[in-house]
Design a binder for this molecule. Structure first.
Ligand SMILES: *[C@@H]1O[C@H](CO)[C@@H](O)[C@H](O)[C@H]1NC(C)=O
Ligand SMILES: *[C@@H]1O[C@H](CO)[C@@H](O)[C@H](O)[C@H]1NC(C)=O
Ligand SMILES: *[C@@H]1O[C@H](CO)[C@@H](O)[C@H](O)[C@H]1NC(C)=O
Length: 369
């Protein structure tokens, strides 16, 4: 069983390398929004933010082991997806691009990354804990400014055309769900259901705003099983050998509701297309059969401190443990996947079938008219 899965995976990877960068014409530009799963250095440029990874051992597998602000031993999913579309360079963080005038124009025509660790769909998510994050709403405002710059360079008509052929990737929601459980520990089911409904209404407004600004192709990544991350497993009164059900249930609800939202929006908004990646299902497949995907440890963090290395973040001053076999770990730190795991995720988003990607995968989304 495991062997045949591995074989299938191998075959699909070989197919992928044939398709990638050759079969699918790359998107005009790639714009990335979201949280730490796709932050490539935004928070490094926020002076007040406590949600940051610009210190070792983050980046340990980069040349010279430089920490880049990514919560990873190397690249993250944002980088990996862009690579599959044949791009050598990951779009730079908006705050970096905006402060480098000489390369600004060239940069924004390729795409920009607005993602900010700790942020959420709600405007205030992450603020209490991390002091400063760029919420999804503010990320979209930054995009509006970039769009303005775009029109100054190429004019209105070309801007509309280019944006309609660009890929808009959004990976967000985990922090909103963590906060629901942490800030409302005694919430009733009704309260939670209403909270999730408000979350979707807010998400809907964000997506509509992006559409109004010219976005047409939405590559959306749902929330992974956050109840299985080392941080959740080592909470008090939790059995670390099983995932926290409440968090996972919220993640599943989030997927179902986001799917319904996207179906509705794409029938209401002319020309809108989407591809929704089921991060819950992707990660669960790995957790349930680690060896089939090449993993040996799917519970503990490679870098961290305490039980499952999940009690403290991967931060230099904590003098964290650091594993040497990083290819074999699902989790890099208490929340985030390793470079290897995010590479698998990116390949799934790019080219997998309907078990993980609805109604199409990212490469089909980009190829669609
Ligand atoms: C981009 O647009 C913003 C907002 O309109 C403006 O402040 C900024 O100077 C522009 N940047 C460039 C390089 O044109
Ligand atoms: C939640 O309930 C527990 C006991 O059931 C209580 O000790 C705690 O103070 C409550 N928390 C909040 C934030 O209301
Ligand atoms: C998704 O992507 C691949 C590669 O572009 C494509 O060949 C394939 O048909 C897609 N998979 C499914 C099941 O639609």
């Amino acid at each position: 069983m495991a062997k045949s899965k591995l074989m299938m995976l191998f075959v699909s990877f070989c197919l992928l390398s044939v398709f990638s960068a050759s079969e699918v014409a790359p998107p005009a530009a790639i714009f990335i929004f979201g949280d730490s799963t796709v932050d490539v250095g935004t928070n490094t440029l926020l002076l007040q933010s406590g949600a940051r990874a610009d210190f070792s051992p983050n980046g340990v597998d980069f040349p010279y082991s430089v920490p880049t602000g990514r919560f990873s031993n190397g690249l993250n999913s944002a980088d990996q997806i862009v690579k599959l579309f044949g791009r050598r360079k990951s779009p730079p963080p908006f705050l970096y691009a905006a402060s480098h005038m000489s390369t600004f124009k060239r940069n924004i025509l390729q795409g920009v990354n607005f993602a900010s660790a700790g942020s959420g769909i709600f405007q205030d998510t992450g603020i209490k804990r991390w002091t400063e994050v760029v919420s999804l709403g503010n990320q979209i405002q930054q995009f509006a400014a970039v769009r303005g710059n775009f029109t100054e360079i190429v004019g209105f008509k070309t801007t509309d055309t280019v944006l309609s052929k660009s890929l808009f990737i959004i990976s967000i929601g985990s922090n909103d769900l963590f906060e629901l459980v942490e800030y409302f520990p005694n919430a009733t089911d009704l309260f939670k259901a209403e909270h999730m409904e408000r979350l979707q209404l807010t998400y809907k407004n964000h997506l509509k705003n992006l559409y109004k600004l010219g976005a047409r192709k939405f590559g959306i990544i749902s929330v992974p099983p956050i109840g299985c991350c080392p941080y959740a497993r080592v909470q008090p009164n939790v059995d670390p050998s099983v995932c926290v059900k409440e968090l996972n249930k919220l993640a599943q609800t989030f997927f179902i509701e986001t799917h319904a939202l996207l179906r509705k929006l794409s029938s209401d908004l002319k020309g809108m297309r989407y591809s929704l990646g089921n991060a819950y299902e992707m990660t669960m497949s790995i957790i349930q059969d680690p060896l089939a995907f090449g993993f040996k440890d799917v519970q503990s963090a490679c870098c961290g401190y305490g039980r499952l290395n999940g009690e403290k973040a991967c931060v230099t001053i904590f003098d964290p443990n650091l594993c040497s076999n990083r290819q074999e770990f699902l989790f890099w730190d208490l929340y985030h996947p390793t470079e290897f795991a995010s590479q698998l995720a990116a390949r799934t988003l790019y080219g997998a079938g309907t078990r993980y990607m609805t109604p199409m995968n990212f490469s089909q989304l980009v190829a669609s008219y």
